[in-house]
Design a protein around this ligand. Structure first.
Ligand SMILES: Cc1cc2nc3c(=O)[nH]c(=O)nc-3n(C[C@H](O)[C@H](O)[C@H](O)COP(=O)(O)O)c2cc1C
Length: 183
């Protein structure tokens, strides 16, 4: 007999870390890496802040500027990967899913603190070539405020437990039962 966590505890831990990411304490876990595929089939990665986590539906939400490159990429190919590393737990989460871009709701816009709204209103649009580093302005505009709703299809957890590394894969397609993998 061993008392190492089983598959159920491992999935619970994964969702626990995602819940922690959106907790009031502004955990650094909220910064996740989001990967998309661009028009040349090249992977593109960037940090986004997790805003909502819903285990029941297996969905995550981030906010972005509707004019950003990632939105154009997602309209062509909604497949995404996400990455999170918890140094406290020595756990890496790798997730896959499908993202839908929607207009951010009025309620969500109202809940964004004033000083953070500037992320949704850079002029010219994000990614535009400019002559000088400061050749841009901040014009927050709810019209540019978009939600990325991500429906997860897979969560893989790798734990670097000093007592023995563990790697488990969970798929929506099989009801999140989970399987162990050689780490
Ligand atoms: C700490 C940090 C947090 C960020 N949070 C977000 C975010 O929540 N949403 C977002 O669209 N971009 C966020 N960004 C900016 C993106 O990483 C990226 O630079 C920007 O969205 C443009 O990406 P794109 O050209 O691939 O669309 C963040 C950047 C950093 C460094």
């Amino acid at each position: 007999m061993t008392d190492t966590p089983g598959l159920t505890e491992t999935l619970d831990q994964a969702w626990g870390l995602l819940d922690l990411a959106i907790s009031e304490g502004r955990s650094p876990l909220r910064y996740v890496t989001l990967a998309t595929v661009d028009g040349n089939a090249a992977p593109q990665v960037r940090i986004v802040v997790l805003r909502k986590v819903d285990r029941a539906s297996g969905q995550l939400t981030a906010y972005t500027d509707k004019r950003s490159d990632k939105v154009g990429q997602l309209r062509q190919n909604p497949q995404v990967a996400l990455h999170l590393w918890s140094p406290d737990n020595l756990v890496q989460l790798r997730m896959n899913g499908t993202a839908w871009v929607t207009q951010g709701s009025v309620e969500a816009w109202d809940a964004v603190p004033e000083h953070m709204r500037e992320a949704y209103g850079h002029v010219p649009p994000p990614g535009t070539t400019i002559d000088r580093s400061d050749d841009w302005a901040i014009r927050p505009d709810p019209a540019y405020f978009a939600a990325l709703d991500i429906t997860l299809s897979r969560i893989e957890s790798v734990c670097l437990d000093p007592a023995g590394h563990r790697r488990a894969n969970f798929e929506r397609a099989d009801g999140w039962i989970g399987h162990w993998l050689s780490p």
